[in-house]
Design a binder for this molecule. Structure first.
Ligand code: PEP
Ligand code: MG
Length: 762
């Protein structure tokens, strides 16, 4: 059973067009389960009905035409109840409704299962049989299992289908709006740009074309071009590689000469597919056949076929294929990648970036944090959208809602531009108060600092706002390199940062890699990276890395004296003891090296991050050992709620406004006051209007946030009184869900005239 299931799902997911894939599925499933009829209905939420998308056993002409209302018939019942239905005689069921066009009079037994993805019913999968019988339990279980797998295939195909079907296609029923997770607020409009985009037959999305002659000639020219390239490559390495490698080129030549390949591709073109899609269709079949062969040598040839067809595909797509194109730096662009990384942002900073789309990651992953730090709107977790479909298309990106609109109509484009203008006006109002102090309307001062991660040069003007750096994520420059930076490189980097505002304190956090922050040159493979070798755990295991970093910080601080050192991911008191021992060692080493030098080395203040829930219960013990605390509310939320901050599937559960998180934050503030240790907060919520108000009311006097939020938070602080903030906190602490907390906070913001921030989703 499992093998059959895997085979069906694998084969179905390879078929480029959803309708074809579903048709194939209904036939294969009927055969595999030995039933007379199998059908798939997909939900259309605008029309509130299920459309028959494919069938094996019902009338073919009903496909694409017959719809069943959400509250009609057995299919509607399955959708409503969200559970399977197994009956020996469908006609005897009170909810049975007869649809003449499908011609199902001959069938009696009926089994249906809902197709559900992330709590949403996408459709219904049904089996029917002529005789009267209840389907067996294992058949029912099989159908339910298949339906769960099919849901993923449909979600992916839906997104592909959205964009691959031509405008005149009758079945054009998919929206051009793709939903992800909001990664960084803001609106962005620009041309999708996928760096290092590789032409790939498997990810290429099928397109229709009726111009058979043109497509056939494109295909033939591409084959000729490829033949020349393959010959040239073969000649170039002749004698330099073993014979069996050289033999690959012969296989390539044979394949290119094979009439059958050409005939099959051209036959497909004649069925209204363009050259690239026809090649894809034929080649994917070949690849599958080779992979299924028992001879391992022949199985391996699938790789060659794929490589060769990628070369033909590149030639079909021509010189303007994305990997050969250089982005015009003056053109507004949206950077799109499987996973947007820090180096990528640095690499493409010279183009006019208007936003970021990362297929992987979520609101709390580092790409999103980086985007927020750079003030770029971002959408994360846009799964199911092949990169090839976003490349080169006009994209509207909404970083507040997490939606991306592909190739919008003129009207939508106009509407979007109005929103962008409104957003800019709001920013202007915020800027007007930039030079004023950060005090509440009843005179309560708040200290606002910035979170930094790039070099001092890149952070540039941000230093002038706020009272220093509350969190410098030193791992960012580590992630931007191809090896660990040397001690001197680190000294130079840190010194630039400390010198950028010598009169303000700069809190440098020691290397916090692991979890979602991999170093390209230090791979860590773990089952549970967030519960694994992260932050201080890793650097204490590698004192050579820790000591070099501390030495570099201490050396950089000589003659300036504004450094503070902060330790990430502290879980136990012993980790603080061990870190302090190493810091003292580094201090003595640098002091000795300084003998004879008139400049003084000073011991910086040392603090720890409160981000692992265990430390909430050890504040008293830690208070004796450190100079300050800083709450990492991002990780604290992740670990308190047991929700991976990077997993788009559970991102709806990740919420710093969860009542449990708010209670924990309040307890921390009270404990820190009791044991008289200064505490700040540097997680993302400190930079949110509602978050900042609640935190201030809890007693946090020092908020550190990404620089783009600082002026907005200052504007908010100046608009509220401490008194009102405290009443708001009292009201929210009795609420039982994050949604209710946020509603309460938003209502308050509206009431004091800050509704613009709420409407803009800021
Ligand atoms: C946090 O966890 O809140 C924090 C500021 O650290 P990071 O996001 O870098 O893990
Ligand atoms: Mg953290």
């Amino acid at each position: 059973m499992l093998t059959t299931l895997k085979r069906i799902v694998q084969e179905v997911s390879k078929i480029p067009v959803l309708e074809d894939a579903l048709a194939y599925l209904t036939e294969t499933l009927s055969n595999a389960m030995d039933v007379d009829c199998c059908s798939i209905y997909l939900a259309d939420y605008e029309e509130q009905n299920f459309l028959l998308m494919a069938t094996y056993g019902l009338e073919k002409s009903a496909v694409g035409n017959v719809t069943i209302g959400f509250s009609e018939g057995l299919v509607g019942l399955i959708g409503q109840r969200e559970e399977p239905l197994n009956i020996s005689d469908a006609k005897s069921h009170p909810r049975f409704k007869h649809y003449g066009e499908v011609k199902e009079e001959k069938y009696h037994a009926f089994l249906g299962a809902p197709i559900i993805h992330q709590r949403k019913v996408l459709g219904v999968l049904t089996l029917q049989q002529k005789n009267k019988r209840r389907f067996k339990e294992d058949e029912e279980a099989f159908l339910v299992t298949l339906a769960t797998q099919l849901a993923l295939v449909i979600v992916q195909a839906e997104t592909r289908g959205t964009l691959s079907l031509t405008e005149d296609n009758q079945n054009q029923r998919w929206r051009k709006k793709i939903s992800g997770v909001p990664g960084s607020p803001g609106l962005g409009m620009g041309i999708g740009f996928v760096p290092n985009f590789k032409v790939s037959i498997t990810s290429h999305v099928a397109k229709r074309s009726k111009n058979h002659e043109l497509e056939i000639s494109k295909y033939r020219k591409a084959v000729e071009l490829t033949r020349g390239q393959v010959d040239e490559l073969s000649g170039r390495i002749e004698g330099q590689v073993p014979e069996d490698v050289q033999a690959i080129f012969q296989i390539y030549s044979h394949l290119l000469d094979a009439n059958s390949l050409g005939h099959e591709v051209e036959a497909h073109i004649k069925q209204d597919w363009d050259a690239a899609s026809s090649l894809k269709y034929v080649i994917e079949n070949y690849i599958q056949q080779f992979r299924n062969m028992s001879d391992p040598y022949m199985q391996e040839r699938a790789v060659d076929i794929e490589d060769l067809s990628n070369r033909i595909l590149a030639n079909i797509l021509g010189t303007d294929s994305p990997d050969q194109r250089v982005m015009d730096p003056s053109e507004a662009a949206i950077l799109v990648a499987e996973e947007v990384t820090a180096p990528m942002l640095a690499e493409f900073s010279q183009i006019k970036l208007r936003g970021i789309i990362s297929v992987r990651g979520s609101n709390n992953s580092h790409a999103a944090i980086l985007a927020r730090a750079m003030g770029l709107p971002a959408v994360m977790g846009l799964t199911g959208a092949p990169l090839s479909l976003l490349d080169g298309k006009l994209l509207l990106l909404d970083g507040y809602s997490g939606e991306v609109i592909v190739s919008p109509s003129a009207a939508i484009k106009r509407e979007f531009k109005v929103l962008v203008t409104e957003e800019l006006e709001l920013s202007d109002r915020i800027m007007e108060q930039a030079h004023l102090p950060s005090v509440t309307s009843d005179g309560y001062p708040m200290s606002l600092m910035i979170n930094a991660g790039l070099s001092a040069e890149m952070e540039g003007s941000h230093f002038s706002h706020g009272e220093g750096v509350g969190l410098y994520r030193t791992e960012v420059p580590f992630m931007l390199r191809e090896r660990f930076p040397s001690e001197q490189e680190q000294v130079d980097l840190y010194r630039q940062m400390l010198e950028a505002c010598p009169e303000k304190s700069i809190t440098m956090r020691t290397l916090d890699v692991g979890g979602d922050k991999p170093l390209p040159y230090f791979p860590i493979v773990e089952e549970n990276p967030f519960l694994g070798w992260r932050g201080i755990r890793l650097t204490l295991d590698h004192p050579e890395i820790f000591l070099v970093q501390i030495r570099a910080m201490l050396r950089a601080n000589i003659g300036i004296g504004n450094l503070q050192i902060m330790l990430p991911m502290i879980t136990s008191v012993s980790e603080v003891d061990e870190s302090k021992r190493l810091i003292r060692q580094a201090f003595h080493e640098v002091s000795e090296e300084m003998i004879g030098n008139d400049k003084q080395i000073v011991m910086p203040k040392i603090g720890v991050m409160l981000e692992v829930p265990a430390v909430i219960y050890q504040i008293q013990q830690l208070a004796d050992k450190v100079d300050f605390f800083s709450v990492g509310s991002n990780d604290l939320t992740q670990y308190l709620l047991a929700v991976d901050r990077n997993n788009a599937r559970v991102s709806g559960l990740y919420d710093s406004y969860h009542p449990a998180v708010l209670s924990a934050l309040k307890i921390i503030a009270e404990q820190c006051k009791k044991f008289d240790v200064p505490v700040s907060i540097c997680g993302e919520m400190a930079g949110e209007p509602g978050g900042a108000i609640l935190l201030m009311a809890m007693g946090y006097k020092n908020l550190s946030m990404n620089s783009h939020n600082l002026l907005k938070v200052k504007w908010v602080i100046r608009s509220v009184s401490l008194d009102h903030a405290q009443s708001l906190l009292t009201n929210t602490l009795v609420l039982d869900t994050p949604q209710r907390v946020k509603e309460e906070v938003n209502t308050y913001l509206e009431s004091i005239g800050l509704g613009g921030l709420v409407r803009a989703g800021m």
